[in-house]
Design a protein around this ligand. Structure first.
Ligand code: SF4
Length: 441
């Protein structure tokens, strides 16, 4: 068994990249842990899970106890076990690295424990966390993604009544709509959202977003506090000619259609696909294109591999799935014929003596019939009128308070830490405690 998931790519759209460990594997792996004092793996976890304690509980053959330790800090421990880049977080920090040793497979042990607990809860119907006596306070949460639901869950634990407003028809946010199927197979995101909401005291209003059915002003009047856990709903464009050609698509939309494929039909994929970007959305779109049957998939990035936000492990996964990764290429023009995309012109880039990215005169043309843009997303600012924004994000203080009294924010719409699901969960949890303090005056 490898430390992290295998670097050989998924073989089908339903392939589970890092399947659940067997009890025997989990026992053997957990027994390798040194249960370090002041463990570096804990410091590397954005949610501060007590990793040595949960691993010891697995070694003592109490996986549901281990899951309780995990979920006390990170209620989305099941998703994070699957999608966290553990290779640059807890597992990179593990003291077992180096020499002949490999790090403890923390992510896979976390999945083993959380899966066991969720199964037990599904059978018994008993939620492992209880609500405090009612405070009589009402809080609105906007967005049912990881930040919003983590906040709602913690607020419910603290005895507050919560109303969640979600633009889409399902809860889970990026967990439900934005994670490649090979990382989270089947309907895990739906089951996990149901589990999180199982604590009670949380009501969800679907099909409602700021500017569509609710407004920030109304929520501030109706509720004692508001938490904004909205995602980045606007796709960033390339700003080059040809973006409107048929065959040019946004990678996030492509992944969403694929994940929701059972109801709306699988997206068509081109024969020759170029994915533009260097983050994990680009990696996911490229790998999924290959799995859908594209003959050639090129991932083009304007900087080098060290600057990609996708980790080395993810880059390796793409390569072993048959994706050709081409660095130092900045898109200049999407070419077409008869309204359809036929290729892209890039200019080659390089770093100058001062380390600044500059363009050379060399033009590189890649023929293709599909272009997927994965160059980031932006906040739909018009919905957030009245709040102070900076660099396209909501400005918050240390206690997650925005510039408006009683309105808090966290997750993707703010700039509080790394752009990761686990960070969004931590934001939601800590914001719930800050709201609790605010409500207590
Ligand atoms: Fe176990 Fe590694 Fe964490 Fe130490 S650093 S407690 S060995 S997982």
């Amino acid at each position: 068994m490898s430390g992290a998931a295998s670097t050989s790519g998924p073989e089908s759209l339903d392939d589970d990249l890092a399947p659940r460990l067997t009890p025997r594997q989990a026992l053997a792996e957990s027994s390798r842990c040194l249960y370090c004092y002041d463990a570096p793996c804990v410091r590397a976890c954005p949610t501060g899970i007590d990793i040595p304690t949960f691993i010891r509980r697995i070694a003592n053959e109490t996986p549901t106890g281990a899951a309780h330790t995990i979920l006390s800090e990170n209620i989305f421990g099941g998703t994070c076990a699957r999608v966290c880049p553990t290779e640059v977080l807890c597992e990179q920090a593990c003291v077992m690295n180096g020499g002949e040793q490999r790090p403890i497979a923390i992510g896979r042990l976390q999945r083993y424990a959380t899966d066991a607990l969720m199964e037990e809860v599904r059978e018994s119907g008993a939620h492992p966390f209880t609500r405090a006596p009612s405070t009589g306070k009402k809080v609105a949460v906007v967005g049912a993604g990881p930040a919003g639901l983590a906040c709602a869950h913690r607020l419910a634990m603290l005895g507050h009544e919560v109303a969640v407003y979600e633009a889409k028809s399902k809860a889970g946010g990026l967990n439900e709509y934005g994670i490649a199927a090979y990382k989270m197979v089947q309907d895990f995101a739906r089951k996990e959202a149901k589990f999180v909401l199982g604590i009670g005291g949380i009501k969800i209003h679907f099909g409602k977003a700021l500017g569509r059915g609710v407004s920030l002003a109304d929520l501030s009047v109706k509720y004692d506090a508001v938490f904004l856990g909205v995602g980045l709903g606007g796709a960033r464009g390339l700003g080059i000619p040809g973006e409107k050609l048929k065959g040019v698509d946004d990678a996030v939309d492509f992944i969403e259609r694929l994940r929701q494929g059972k109801t709306v039909g699988f997206p068509k994929v081109g024969k020759r696909v170029v994915v533009i970007g260097g983050g994990n959305t680009a990696i996911d779109a490229a790998i999924q294109s290959k799995l859908l049957g594209a003959a050639e998939v090129v991932m083009a990035y304007r900087r080098g591999p060290d600057q990609m936000s996708a980790t080395g492990y993810e880059q390796q996964l793409a390569k072993s799935s048959g994706v050709v990764v081409r660095d130092w290429l900045a898109p200049r023009k999407i070419k077409g014929a008869g309204g359809k995309v036929t290729g892209i012109d890039f200019v080659r880039t390089k770093l100058d003596a001062k380390g600044k990215l500059v363009e050379t005169k060399e033009v590189v043309t890649i023929a293709c019939d599909m272009v997927l843009k994965a160059v980031g997303q932006t906040l739909l600012e018009e919905q957030l009128a009245g709040l102070t924004l900076k660099d396209g994000k909501v400005v918050v203080g240390k206690n997650y308070q925005t510039s408006l009294k009683g309105i808090f924010a966290g997750g993707d719409c703010t700039k509080t830490g790394q752009d990761l699901t686990v960070q969004a969960v931590q934001d939601g949890k800590l914001a719930a405690h800050a709201i609790d303090q605010y409500l207590k005056g």
